[in-house]
Design a binder for this molecule. Structure first.
Ligand code: NAD
Length: 492
């Protein structure tokens, strides 16, 4: 090698050493020293999860994923603790923001949903490993992350869905990019910003949750198709559920429901009425699990209507029900896809607003309006998402269960029965085949509110994962050790 060559390689070494020294000097105390890879990666730290471009959001999410991997389970635990804390401590402020932005539902429930998610969404404790031990040694099955998950969230629970998804997905070791519903994008961004800021301050990782600030159907499609996204999780109605099921990526689909209720002649009618009002009026009927239509056996029908009034609901007369139906249900779609749907300006509105639309007098504190309809009333097949319930008179429990089945459209989402007849419960459970089946309680008991179990606002019905947990967002990996490590057996 020539003298000139030696000199230039010494020069290069000197320059590299100088750059390393400068980078060390520029780092905050205790911050990791940046690696000198040939092409220095762009860091997205400081964005606190808010992105204009899907590609940048996914790259930031990948960067965060790689950093999270290095911190192990403890890093996940710490990140989740911040999401829980903010969800509880800021619930009043964030709940009000969601209410004011989306203009649907009930303020007290917007707040309560965030609190409950902070308290009861499942975390890393769900990630138990399985072990097979035998003559040939050990096999351990562990639950590994997918990587970057693309999530689509609904307007009915914008920040709560993101909160529950983030806890479960991060507990599973993943990161997430969210394309929120455009009508709930501001509260989504505010929550995501707060979560990321607190997490970064504590464990030094930003963008564990990334969000598309101006979401559209195009950004949703871009997220579905981005090669950096390893798994999709959608929560929403029929269109997005279909799009996800047709996607080439593995999808977890929390799709629509239209939960029917059956009340038979053995039910405790007052308890049934209180439960139906609590579940159906919760957040003005926005929940996908909420009671949407009620089938009552004729021999107790009139007494059940009286029980509903005693429990505080307002009964509409037949002309009032007709008037409300005309105002509240519209036809949408073309040709074979034409179907009834809730009218946007009554969706998620208060019971008093519905009463007035029906020509009845509303009153302060009114939670639910209801009335007798026949099975052809469009409220029966429609997921109305407003606090009016149609009650249909049925000859017997068989007819009620059969009509409940028809009205659920095979979504296999949620069904409720009020009965003390085990055969009716069993028949309904078998026929409707739903992910959630609640007996003698409000629908929300199926998510652990007044019942047992944990909560998530993504209930994966068509793809079968059920009420999602951290395990939903993991893939199994098996590690096999042949012959050794098993301590049972005779000494050598
Ligand atoms: P929606 O279907 O109108 O929107 C949901 C999300 O999907 C939004 O972010 C929307 O922008 C997006 N979207 C819609 N069409 C899309 C498409 N073709 N491609 C990609 N993205 C698309 O629903 P919504 O009104 O926001 O929420 C209410 C619906 O969600 C109800 O049907 C309810 O049952 C369902 N839901 C289900 C669950 C569950 O856990 N199964 C939970 C909450 C809500």
């Amino acid at each position: 090698m020539s003298q000139a060559g030696i000199n230039s390689s010494q020069d290069i070494r000197a320059i590299v050493q100088q750059v390393i020294a400068e980078l060390r000097g520029a780092s905050a105390p205790g911050a990791p020293v940046p690696s000198l890879s040939p092409v220095a990666p762009v860091s997205f730290a400081g964005r606190h999860g808010i992105f204009a471009s899907v590609d940048e959001a996914v790259r930031a999410s990948q960067e965060a994923f790689e950093q999270l991997e290095k911190l192990g389970l403890e890093g996940r635990r710490k990140a989740i603790a911040h999401i829980r804390r903010i969800s509880i401590d800021d619930s009043a402020e964030l709940g009000r923001m969601e209410f004011e932005e989306t203009k649907i539902g009930r303020l007290e429930h917007k707040i309560e949903k965030l609190k409950v998610l902070g308290e009861r969404s499942p975390g890393v404790e769900f990630l138990t490993s399985e072990v097979f031990s035998g003559d040939h040694g050990l096999a351990v099955i562990e639950h590994a992350p997918f990587g970057v998950i693309g999530a689509i969230t609904p307007v009915t629970h914008s920040l709560p869905t993101i909160t529950g998804n983030a806890v479960s997905m991060i507990a599973g070791g993943n990161t997430v990019v969210v394309n929120p519903h455009p009508s709930g994008k501001r509260v989504a961004a505010e929550g995501v910003r707060r979560f990321n800021q607190a997490i970064q301050r504590d464990i030094g990782i930003d963008n564990l949750i990334a969000l598309i600030a101006e979401p559209t159907l195009d950004t949703a499609a871009e997220l579905f198709n981005h090669r950096g996204v390893k798994l999709i999780c959608v929560t929403g109605g029929p269109a997005v559920a279909r799009a996800a099921l047709q996607s080439s990526k593995r999808a977890i689909v929390a799709g629509p429901g239209n939960p029917p209720v059956v009340v038979d002649e053995t039910a405790d009618l007052d308890r049934a009425a209180r439960s139906i009002i609590y579940g159906a009026a919760y957040d003005n009927n926005l929940l996908c699990i909420a009671e949407k239509q009620v089938f009552v056996v004729a021999s107790v029908f009139d007494r059940m209507m009286e029980a509903m009034e005693r429990a505080g609901a307002l009964r509409l007369s037949a002309p009032q029900v007709d008037r409300l139906t005309q105002r509240a249900i519209v036809m949408v779609g073309e040709g074979a896809h034409r179907h009834p749907a809730p009218c946007k300006d009554l969706l998620g509105q208060d019971a008093s607003v519905l009463a007035e639309a029906a020509g009845a007098a509303g009153r302060a504190g009114l939670e639910l309006v209801f009335g007798e309809t026949d099975v052809s009333n469009p409220f029966v097949p429609t997921e109305q998402m407003m606090p009016f319930l149609p009650f249909v008179r049925c000859q017997n429990a068989d007819e009620a269960i059969h009509r409940a089945h028809e009205s659920e459209h095979g979504f296999r989402h949620t069904a409720i029965i009020h009965s003390h007849n085990v055969r009716n419960m069993t028949r309904m459970g078998r026929l409707l085949d739903t992910t959630l089946f609640v007996k003698n309680g409000a629908s929300v008991a199926g998510l652990g509110l007044g019942g047992e179990g944990y909560i998530s606002f993504s209930i994966a019905t068509p793809t079968g994962e059920g009420v999602t947990t951290p395990l939903t967002f993991t893939r199994q990996r098996r590690c096999t050790l042949v012959d050794d490590l098993r301590i049972l057996g005779s000494p050598e």
